[in-house]
Write a protein that binds this ligand. Structure first.
Ligand SMILES: [Zn+2]
Length: 175
């Protein structure tokens, strides 16, 4: 696991510290509950603008230079997002929206790490790569493929939301 906190203002340091302190415990909770592994994981803490810049930078080795608005309509919440990189999976936590909200930080960490486990499941990375390539206008998906990809996103989202309920367990392990 690699932890990235570049381009972060002092006002977000407490949020970055909370993420840093909680990430290993959150991984343990999610890997046990979701029965999977996060694999090669990077975790970044940044502000709202930096969140999209970080994602687009991670995609560049995979898809070339792209505009963030194409990614934006696909994925992510105001609090965080998760995507594939050339070496594994990247979780980005938005310190600007999470700032001062410890419960939200913990829930977001559990939620996004769940996506990391999901993206490591058999076939998931390929499907996500095809969706992203479609969103970036590089390769087209058929209507049936797009519908299947959307169903997977919905299923993944429900699982990630359910994982948030472990936030008290996570907080207790950090106390
Ligand atoms: Zn999600």
């Amino acid at each position: 696991m690699r932890f990235i906190t570049h381009r972060i203002g002092r006002q977000y340091q407490a949020t970055a510290d909370r993420v840093h302190a909680g990430v290993d415990a959150a991984i343990a909770i999610v890997e046990k509950s979701a029965r999977g592994r996060v694999g090669s994981l990077e975790v970044a803490v940044t502000n709202t603008a930096g969140m999209w810049e970080t994602v687009v930078a991670a995609h560049e080795p995979l898809f070339g230079r792209r505009k963030s608005k194409e990614w934006r309509r696909n994925e992510g919440s105001p609090f965080g997002t998760t995507t594939v990189t050339s070496v594994g999976v990247l979780v980005v936590i938005n310190a600007q929206t999470c700032r001062g909200r410890t419960v939200e930080i913990d829930k977001t960490l559990l939620h996004e790490i769940t996506h990391a486990v999901q993206f490591n499941r058999p076939g998931a990375r390929d499907l996500l790569m095809r969706s992203l390539s479609n969103n970036y206008g590089l390769t087209a998906m058929t209507t049936a493929e797009a519908a299947a990809a959307n169903r997977q996103v919905d299923t993944d989202e429900r699982e990630a939301e359910r994982m948030e309920r472990h936030h008290r367990q996570l907080a207790k392990s950090l106390a």
